[in-house]
Write a protein that binds this ligand. Sequence first.
Ligand code: FE2
Ligand code: FE2
Length: 250
Amino acid sequence: MKRLYAPGAIEAADVLEGRVEPHYTKILMRLLAAHAIAEKLTAVGYQRALENISDANLLATIEKNLAEERKHARLIYQILDQLGIAETHADRSMIPAIKLPSFEAPRHFAETPGDALDLLMASLSLDVTGLLMIGVNYRESSYAPHQRAAEIILDEEEDHDTFAAAQLREAVDRFGADRVNAGLRQWLPRAVNFFGPPGSGFTFDCLRYGLKARDNGELAEMYLTMLERRFDQAGLEMPHLTSVYPHAVI
Ligand SMILES: [Fe+2]
Ligand SMILES: [Fe+2]
């Protein structure tokens, strides 16, 4: 699909002074509100992990990730604020959306106390997915402030991904293959659904406006390919998922 705007082509002033069509602004705000709440729920999850996990080897990383997820949320809320959208307003607009399967992973991480294995599952479901959404989509955003924020976030999400990958390699030794495989069957559908439904009207608009570079379905494929290799190396089973969104384990 031909994108209307090149990466970084639009600045806040273009939106505020009406130089883009009103529909662009509407789609941009919805995308930013979704990104912001996803970062915020992830931060809440790390906060919860800090309270529940006593493993001294994990504490420094949990604290680092918590601080960084809070910073990511703040960066995106600042972009919304610049457009006249307050954090409370943005969050309120997301109330129906966060009940959908696409938000189950961050919601579950934020709401459910977990142990070190849950932390690994959440990191695979939120940080590794986030790395793809930000690295593939938002880094190329036509909205320059979102593109700039993506560069900052991406650096840190790469660290989070490295943490998840290292934890995964040790997981069989630490928790036993059965427990890890059971965790993957529980979390993988949530993780894949976090990309959102493929071929939606909203994503069509995002692609056309250059707010995303790839469809949700393509990102989900990339993610599964990446994980399949990692699971294989760690001696873990790739759960079989239903092919249609929202995915479930077979
Ligand atoms: Fe983040
Ligand atoms: Fe992260």
